[in-house]
Design a protein. Structure first.
Length: 465
């Protein structure tokens, strides 16, 4: 790690944009029609769509730090159509139901782009699609299988590229093939969350920041500054859910880390290509994700220390020097001409992982408690679909509307069992990612087309497949 590298400070995206001006905390006990706990993408999108649909609703958003402090302000800027749990939903509800869910996700990418334009949110959105590459024979086998499955779920416009066509898009050293979908875009996460918060306030929604919610009960959101009472209390806390009373084992806060280079010169980009500015990923078990930013940096992420004992979360996004070095090694392995590039920023954040790795949207009609999340890293777009689904569920419950296409999607009201208690939770996650990293190393050496057996076992035990 260079002595010039900024480590933490929430994220590179906030270093560019600056922290927002603080909003007032909750002034005391109040009432509302809907109380939303969490000022990230899920909470803000939900407030936006509810207020648009029913302008007279009194909606209050409570945020523990400031809007976008969590994953919404720290992610890799992938607006894409991936959704965690689709294959399981196909098994539980049938293939056609999962196809409907996938189509809704495809459409969600366009919906986010549409709203950003309508609300004049300049979030550096570039619709270059998503390119995922394979380096080894085993990765190639997985890539071809993944490509075929995506087509089977209705993505007929997905394209499979060989080594030459892949290099014409992005010259990733050693890439033997790739799969590309048009249903994706690169964006600046903080510009989106700041613009969305401003749009929500302009509609008349009240946002209270520096107001951590300690407990959620039917019709009550309890904070150190007072209690909000509302018929509907919506939990939109994703990776920070474990901080709430009684939710320690609900969703596991999985760590993901990122680095951002200095702006790269034209001479380096001439060796890389990447003129389409696709979101870039790979088929490793411990996978990476990257984007070419609007100011010509590479922002690249992956797993560092995957989980902190006891479901703890960090304060300012600092990450371990070993993780920064590991991400830099991936960067240089993909793009050798970046070897001399300065790493300007490194940071970490948490994402929410349910025990069965399935994203869910729920409204308990008997209590008025609702929640959405467990995005497993695919939340930039999924939060939007989840928010529109929560909107429709509340309108249906309150008698303002009937069932809709969204309320009948298979992820609605899906029940997930809790994670194991400690130390089993910590041991399991550490063991899982040790297995994945080892599998990636063995596949690179063995050069066989078969996925490493330990990775297959880790998938089954973890609930990923």
């Amino acid at each position: 790690m260079s002595t010039n590298t900024v480590n933490g400070g929430i994220s590179f995206w906030y270093a560019q944009e600056g922290a927002p001006l603080p909003r007032e905390p909750l002034p005391g006990d109040i009432t509302a029609d809907v109380c939303i706990v969490g000022g990230g993408y899920t909470g803000l999108w939900t407030a936006y769509y509810l207020k648009k649909a029913v302008p007279f609703l009194n909606i209050t958003v409570l945020e523990g730090k400031f809007c976008g402090y969590g994953a919404s302000g720290r992610n890799g800027g992938w607006l894409y159509n991936g959704i965690a749990g689709r294959d399981r939903y196909a098994k539980l509800h049938g293939h056609d139901a999962a196809v409907r869910l996938q189509q809704a996700m495809n459409d969600t990418v366009e919906e986010v782009v549409r709203v950003a334009a309508e609300e004049e949110i300049d979030a550096d959105i570039h619709q270059g699609g998503v390119l995922e590459v394979a380096h080894t024979p085993a990765q190639l086998t997985r890539l071809k299988a993944f490509h075929a499955v995506e087509i089977a779920f209705g993505e007929k416009d997905r394209v499979l590229f060989g080594a030459r066509d892949t290099a014409e898009r992005v010259r990733v050293t050693g890439a033997v093939a790739s799969t590309w979908t048009p249903h994706g875009a690169r964006l600046h996460p903080v510009k989106l969350v700041k613009g969305l918060a401003a749009a929500v306030e302009a509609l008349g929604v009240t946002i209270h920041e520096s107001t951590p919610v300690t407990e959620i009960k039917p019709k009550h959101a309890i904070t150190p500054y007072g209690t909000v009472r509302a018929p509907y209390i919506l939990r939109c806390t994703e990776g920070f859910t474990a901080n709430l009373k009684g939710q320690k084992r609900a969703w596991l806060p999985m760590n993901s880390s990122m680095i951002a280079t200095e702006p790269l010169p034209r001479s380096v980009w001439d060796t890389i290509g990447w003129d389409g500015r696709e979101a870039l990923g790979d088929m490793a078990h411990a996978y990476m994700y990257a984007q070419r930013t609007a100011d010509d940096r590479i922002a690249l992420g992956g797993r560092g220390v995957p989980y902190r004992y006891g479901s703890r979360t960090d304060n300012d996004g600092r990450t371990q020097p070993a993780t920064i070095e590991a991400l830099r090694e991936i960067l240089v392995r993909f793009f050798p001409t970046t070897a001399g590039a300065r790493i300007d920023h490194a940071w970490s954040g948490v994402l929410g992982v349910p025990r069965d790795w399935c994203t869910t949207v729920t409204l308990d009609r008997s209590t008025g408690l609702g929640w959405a999340g467990g995005y497993v890293g695919s939340g930039v777009a999924t939060t939007n679909l989840a928010a529109r689904t929560l909107r429709d569920l509340i309108q249906q419950d309150s008698g303002q509307a009937g069932p809709t296409e969204l309320t009948t999607l298979p992820w609605v009201n899906h029940k997930v069992r809790k994670w194991e208690p400690e130390p089993l939770r910590w041991l399991g996650v550490q063991g899982m990612y040790a297995a994945y990293r080892g599998a990636d190393r063995r596949e690179a050496v063995a050069r066989t087309a078969e996925t490493d057996p330990l990775a297959q076992i880790a998938d089954r035990i973890s609930g990923r497949h």
